[in-house]
Design a binder for this molecule. Sequence first.
Ligand code: SF4
Length: 390
Amino acid sequence: MRNSPHGPRRISLMNLTVFRRFLRAWYRRRRRSLPWRENPDPYRIWISEVMLQQTTVSAVVPYFERFLAAFPTLHDLAAADEEAVLRCWEGLGYYRRARHLRQAAQQVVRDWGGQIPKNPAELQSLPGVGRYTAGAIASIAFDERAPILEANTQRLHCRLTGLDDPRSAAAQRSLWSFAEALLPDRGRGAGEINQALMELGSQVCRPEAPHCGVCPVSQFCEAFRTGRQEEIPRTAARPKVTEWVEAAVALFRTAPHRRPLGERQVDAGREWLLFRRLESERWPGLWDFPRFAIADGGGLAPTPQQIAARLLEAFGLRARGLEPAASIRHSVTRYRFLLHGWRGEWAGGRSTTARETRWVGTSELSQTPMPAPGRRIAAQLLFDSKSARG
Ligand code: SF4
């Protein structure tokens, strides 16, 4: 397949005024009601656009509302503790986004007196703000003539222009130029056009079986004209899934200042050892139980002796009374993990890793930002603790 030479020529000749009119009319009728669209101030737009990176709208909505309740203004976010921000983000994934948001809020307070800049180039100087996010904030919040290109609009523009493969640098330049060409002048509704394009890409020009019969701009579409809408854009082969087996050990000690309240309330006096995940690891900045890779037992659970040996080898820690706590399956990008959760009493040893460590009481686990598998183990510990109290 070739990249169609007709796409850009057709677009340069097409009637942009009519294209925008059809698109706007469709968007005003069909747009979904979303919380960040109701009160589109720059801070809310910014939070929503960062949350929407790599994440679906339905997953984002509850997080957006919770985040705005916790940090209603940019100043609140700038002044917030990083752990509070991460805890609020917990479960949404790609945690660097949350840390960058807080750092960027601090930069806006420090360098721009708390006013989010309008200019896409200035926006891109903020941590975590790339060309797409800058274009979205500048156009939607300030009606600047700033183009956007994300997964939905990239697919849409490939089909509109008949571009088979968007992956080369030249193709990307062409798509960004096209995205810009579609926009009206500054102050004339560029933000609405950008939102309409994203909505059209997500709701109508879907990856498979696009709804061309109800598409408001089908008359301008090169893929539709040539019947190639199912073939464009060409997609890369899915990366091979890698299976991975890990163990995490919830190590406890009886805290000197947390006197056990009785035999059936034993967890009330326990503290659990957590490690802060490194920048180079998955879930950077979050707290987790000691976790390490173990050999795939072919469906057989590891023995306490194997877990103890790996805990000593990977973390320099000894444990006694090891017992299984929970087995969890989870996926991260192309990795499928089987995590064996264990619980045991710390029996000495000091951490030999570069990670920051912390002992946390059972009830404090719920305040501590953790990755999803660690949270499930913590939930099991809390459940056991409550069950023990009867
Ligand atoms: Fe997408 Fe079909 Fe509309 Fe073309 S006509 S933009 S392929 S939905």
